[in-house]
Design a protein around this ligand. Structure first.
Ligand code: ZN
Length: 366
């Protein structure tokens, strides 16, 4: 029944889009592009994209899936080749040591251009968009999805950069935020209207474009929620003290999350207190406790970090005007409101120093 209503809603939306288009050129969908969305079928790999408001597709035999060149769709003059694979290993590793350079960026929310400017001006990528951070690690602390218009562009950019970084001995860590999981779990309240148009053209609920048969769905589901690089913990929302009531090792948190949340038939129905904890307010992707006034003092923070076996914790999720440091860099809020599309900052960590850098390349030691 749901599907029936959905089809009717989609058709109404298309009708509305068409008639609105006729009435008002400014609201035309002719300039819309989106994709590519790649799906694995038994013997073929289907690639769909939207050009000038039209849904187009092409198929490849399974034997050629890994050599598909998406450059003609992504159109930014960089080769997007050999990126697609059916078998994406789940990224369960939580601990990385002896990493000399780290850069973190968070809550990009579809702001592709501002993200590129931040990374270029601070030499993380070259002016033509290639990895320039050597053996360094770049951490995206969640929330690429939702709000903005260029989510897919960012996903494909990260998929390409992952390979370039690996080839240079570095690493790109795309971490899950609550907005990734919301879209995967059919909560599309925050998707940009462009993606509602995409959904209508596909005649499919938007979340289904990220189901298990899709390359992007598999890729997103493979990502970690907790990392520790050297003595710094990274997590989108925060690790609340409640976490330590459950008998789960931090080093197992990524594999446990993948198993409990994505490995289930119906992820919306938590079965155990720990599953509820992972999905809701005090869970790693949603927690905001560190940002509440009077919640954490130096003593409580030091105690928490000891449990995390870390000296510092970097979190996104709570938007700040800049990157904000608390308690002598013990807690760093790295969501600098990139989502607004105007300004933003990224965080460099090097030799125990924490440095924020803005879209003009101006830096400040925290
Ligand atoms: Zn968030």
């Amino acid at each position: 029944m749901k599907i029936k209503y959905y089809l009717i809603a989609s058709l109404l939306f298309l009708f509305w889009a068409e008639s609105t288009q006729a009435q008002n050129k400014k609201r035309s969908y002719d300039h819309y592009y989106d994709g590519p969305y790649v799906f694995f079928q038994e013997d073929t790999t289907q690639v769909y994209w939207i050009n000038a408001g039209q849904l187009l597709d092409t198929s490849y035999t399974a034997a050629h899936a890994d050599s598909i060149d998406l450059s003609f769709i992504l159109k930014d003059s960089i080769a997007y080749q050999n990126l697609i694979t059916q078998d994406i290993p789940l990224d369960h590793q939580t601990v990385y040591n002896d990493v000399e350079h780290v850069v973190a960026i968070s809550d990009i929310h579809g702001q592709y251009e501002l993200m590129l400017t931040l990374l270029k001006e601070n030499k993380v990528i070259t002016n033509d968009g290639h990895w320039n951070f050597g053996e360094g690690h770049m951490v995206i602390v969640g929330d690429i999805f939702d709000r903005g218009e260029y989510v897919l562009d960012i996903l494909w950019f990260m998929i390409r950069l992952e390979q370039e970084a690996a080839a240079a001995g570095g690493k790109v860590h795309v971490m899950l935020g609550n907005h990734e999981v919301m879209v995967l779990q059919k909560d599309i309240r925050y998707v940009h209207k462009k993606y509602r148009y995409t959904s209508a053209l596909f005649r499919t609920p938007y979340s289904e474009l990220f189901e298990g048969d899709s390359f992007l769905g598999r890729w997103v589901r493979s990502k970690p929620i907790y990392l520790k690089i050297n003595d710094v913990s990274f997590v989108h929302g925060g690790i609340s003290e409640d976490f330590f009531n459950y008998d789960v090792d931090l080093e197992d948190l990524n594999s446990t999350y993948h198993q409990l949340i994505f490995g289930k038939v119906d992820p919306e129905e938590p079965e155990t207190p720990f599953e509820s904890f992972l999905l809701y307010d005090n869970g790693p992707l949603w927690y905001r406790g560190y940002a509440f006034k009077d919640e954490y003092d130096l003593k409580r923070t030091t105690k928490l970090l000891k449990k995390l076996d870390s000296e510092h914790i970097v979190v996104g999720h709570t938007s700040m005007p800049n990157i904000i440091s608390m308690f002598d860099n013990r807690i760093i809020f790295v969501d600098s409101s990139i989502k607004l599309g105007d300004t933003g900052e990224i965080l460099f960590i090097k030799n125990g120093k924490f440095i924020s850098a803005d879209q003009n390349g101006l830096t400040k030691t925290l």
